[in-house]
Design a binder for this molecule. Structure first.
Ligand SMILES: [Zn+2]
Length: 293
């Protein structure tokens, strides 16, 4: 407990936020509010991207009465609760998914702020973790429903990872902008060659796609934002969880295993989420084991 507390203190001190509890409370609340706004944006992405609609287009309108949704009816969490989940004009129910994604994204942003502080990682890591969280949420939701991981989510995540790494070498514990950018881009390439090679080989041998290219691009983005260890952890944890789930589904439906097609994306995303929460701690433990200490 002492280690945990002093780790948290370290982080707040380095971020210039030492002292009373209410300052921490303020930053955790700020992270929650910021996260719920991002969640509101992700709701738009999850709804529009699979339909091929622009995410930058005009504000949303009610699918039943067509009335444009005003800004004051579009405030994350608050508007949904005040309207009691119904359109102001025609009373059509609004899916609780909107509320859930906004609240969940807010909670995740606040929790990741705290865990990054606990494990005494550089505060700049949040600039990598937050885009990754957004990719995790959209991938889990879109792939589960539509069986695709859109380029419109993976490409921006790759660019963000390499650009932020090159701009802030300290997030990787480096000093040289070129090296930190190369570490991020190199992780992206290694992840892509590894999983891409696996997908290519699988198609050659099985005569059909064993894995979507969206999964490969997801892992490349994870490499750029979480580094190669984070990408491989996502793959290992995701494959394990996906296999357990697949066997469970096959048993329940009494079907043969290879006939049960399940999307891989949500499991990869779950692996990445675990890495963001405790990857630093896992990696330290692993290298300590290797070192025999
Ligand atoms: Zn309406």
């Amino acid at each position: 407990m002492i280690g945990l507390t002093s780790g948290l203190n370290d982080w707040w001190i380095r971020a210039g936020l030492y002292d009373p509890g209410w300052i921490r409370g303020f930053w955790l609340t700020a992270a929650f509010v910021y996260g719920s706004c991002m969640g509101s944006f992700l709701n738009v992405c999850v709804w529009r991207i699979p339909l091929g609609e622009s995410i930058a287009d005009a504000p949303s309108h009610c699918p039943k009465c067509g009335t444009l949704i005003r800004w004051y009816d579009n405030i994350p969490l608050f508007s949904y609760l005040r309207l009691r989940g119904k359109c102001r004009y025609c009373g059509m129910p609004i899916s609780p998914r909107y509320l859930i994604v906004e609240a969940l994204t807010g909670v995740l942003f606040a929790v990741v702020l705290a865990t990054t502080g606990w494990s005494a990682q550089p505060p700049g890591k949040l600039l990598l973790y937050y885009p990754m969280l957004m990719l995790i949420i959209t991938t889990a939701m879109i792939d589960w429903k539509h069986r695709i991981i859109p380029d419109l989510t993976t490409y921006p995540a790759m660019i963000a990872g390499v650009a932020i790494s090159a701009a802030l070498p300290s997030v990787w514990g480096m000093q040289n902008h070129g090296w930190s950018g190369a570490w991020s881009f190199g992780s992206l390439l290694v992840a892509g060659v590894f999983l891409g090679g696996f997908a290519w080989l699988g198609r050659k041998m099985a005569g059909r796609d064993v894995m979507g290219w969206g999964d490969v691009k997801y892992l490349m983005a994870a490499g750029a934002l979480l580094g190669i260890y984070g990408a491989f952890f996502s793959l290992l944890a995701g494959s394990f969880a996906g296999a357990v789930f697949g066997v469970g589904m096959a048993l329940r439906r009494k079907r043969r295993l290879r006939r049960t097609a399940i999307p891989f994306g949500p499991f990869l995303a779950g692996g990445s989420l675990i890495w963001i929460f405790c990857g630093e701690w896992l990696a330290r433990g692993y290298f300590r084991l290797l070192g025999g200490q």
